[in-house]
Write a protein that binds this ligand. Sequence first.
Ligand SMILES: *[C@@H]1O[C@H](CO)[C@@H](O)[C@H](O)[C@H]1NC(C)=O
Ligand SMILES: *[C@@H]1O[C@H](CO)[C@@H](O)[C@H](O)[C@H]1NC(C)=O
Length: 277
Amino acid sequence: MNWVIASSFTLLSIATLCNAAIYEIDQEGFADFIDNSQFEVLSYDEIIEIGYDRYVPTPPAGQHSSAFYLKDAVAPQYTNSHTFASSGAVTFEATYFCDNTISEFEVRFSYPWQDHFLVLCGPTSGSTPGVWQTKTKNFYCVSAQGCSKIDIWLYGITVSPGAIVGLQHLRIATNGSPLPTTTTSSPNTATTTNAPTEPAGQGLNCYSCANCPYVDHNTNHLQRDEYHTCVLTFFGSTIIRGGSTEENYSGDCLMHDGVMDCYCHSHLCNGQNITVS
Ligand SMILES: *[C@@H]1O[C@H](CO)[C@@H](O)[C@H](O)[C@H]1NC(C)=O
Ligand SMILES: *[C@@H]1O[C@H](CO)[C@@H](O)[C@H](O)[C@H]1NC(C)=O
């Protein structure tokens, strides 16, 4: 376990369930969550090595720092969960990165806490694509019986090659306490200015969406220089659409790891409505 316990009161408060505890998960600490998911802890050096620094700017903790990433086209992923004692409101503070696709990334937690999650990336997140940023949010215990613990895990889905989301730092304050205002390694700011501004691209224009069996004029699409084919992916009954750097698969459907990818090579050709039975 790489949980960093940031408060000297923490051990006492875990024992009594009364006082606040502050938990901090930083960089390599997220390795404890991976379990069987396709999330990875990668250093920024590794991000540069695979050429993804054209999507992800230097993280707040620096040129050699690590973060928890999910990348390329993967079906919905769930990490394992960790349990924290808490009887009052819980405050989360996440320092994270979203790309400009509709990839989704959420800090999820169990009932009887409010029945929504800390949405980091995705169409409803309100986050800014292409920059590292920090979001803070409170959630309240809504059970009439009261709360004694919260189980926390991470969810993500990335929708095309080059799609990537990242989380470098997560702080959790339990029992209704505020988070201390100083952070150790990540500046509390969304003002990163060196984000790669992604040009629309001259490559193929492909629908880019997850859980989208039907396509209409509101469906997200993305044109990128490196797209040579559009892909329609079947993962069980989940339909994912995106672009691909593969060019030699046109017209083919390929089965791999329980996923079927169907490739085509004209603009918005991955827009068929799919009836899932
Ligand atoms: C696909 O479904 C959407 C939503 O039901 C509809 O608006 C659209 O016209 C359909 N497209 C085709 C090609 O059938
Ligand atoms: C596509 O091209 C790559 C590189 O030339 C090759 O390794 C791969 O086997 C090809 N795949 C198919 C399905 O033709």
